[in-house]
Design a protein around this ligand. Structure first.
Ligand SMILES: [Zn+2]
Length: 167
């Protein structure tokens, strides 16, 4: 099921984009994610940390592990994961295995793939499959037009592309 974004969703996504920017400025890839409980409280936040050499250090994977350690199955099912970029297959699988709830993303994997193609860059080593291909039971929402444009600019910056000229 795909649902539309609310104003609250956009506020959480804006924070994910801020975390993505922080990651980029620290030498990591520009991705940031949040775990928000059923009452709207931010429970955990992280951003990409691959610059140390471990390419599996994605924030969505960190969220799945944190949730498995700290939340009951009921709390996990009612929690929402917000993320600047749609989960990769690894993270979508981790999300589903630990029983987390809805996912809201600012930009989709299909968008990232099309940006890389536009910039003449190779695709990554993992197929950019949609979350619901990996985890059909997960409710998802996204992308958001305005926030995905911000993510595109960060992804361009990460690759030394002038995003204004590459449109
Ligand atoms: Zn991932």
């Amino acid at each position: 099921m795909t649902t539309s974004l609310t104003a609250t969703d956009r506020a959480h996504l804006a924070r994910c984009v801020d975390l993505a920017r922080e990651a980029l400025e620290d030498g990591d890839e520009p991705f940031g994610s949040l775990l928000v409980g059923a009452d709207g409280t931010e429970l955990f936040a992280d951003r990409n940390r691959v610059s140390g050499g471990d390419a599996t250090q994605h924030p969505e994977f960190a969220i799945a592990r944190w949730a498995a350690m700290h939340l009951s199955p009921q709390e996990r099912a009612r929690a929402t994961v917000y993320t600047s970029g749609e989960h990769c297959p690894m993270c979508a699988a981790a999300h589903a295995w630990v029983g987390l709830g809805r996912i809201v993303y600012a930009s989709s994997s299909a968008q990232l793939s099309s940006w890389l193609a536009q910039w003449g860059l190779p695709a990554g080593p993992v197929a950019p499959l949609p979350i619901q291909t990996i985890a059909p039971g997960i409710e998802v929402a996204g992308p958001d037009d305005e926030l995905s444009a911000q993510v595109r600019a960060l992804q361009a910056r990460a690759r030394g592309i002038d995003s204004a000229q590459s449109r």
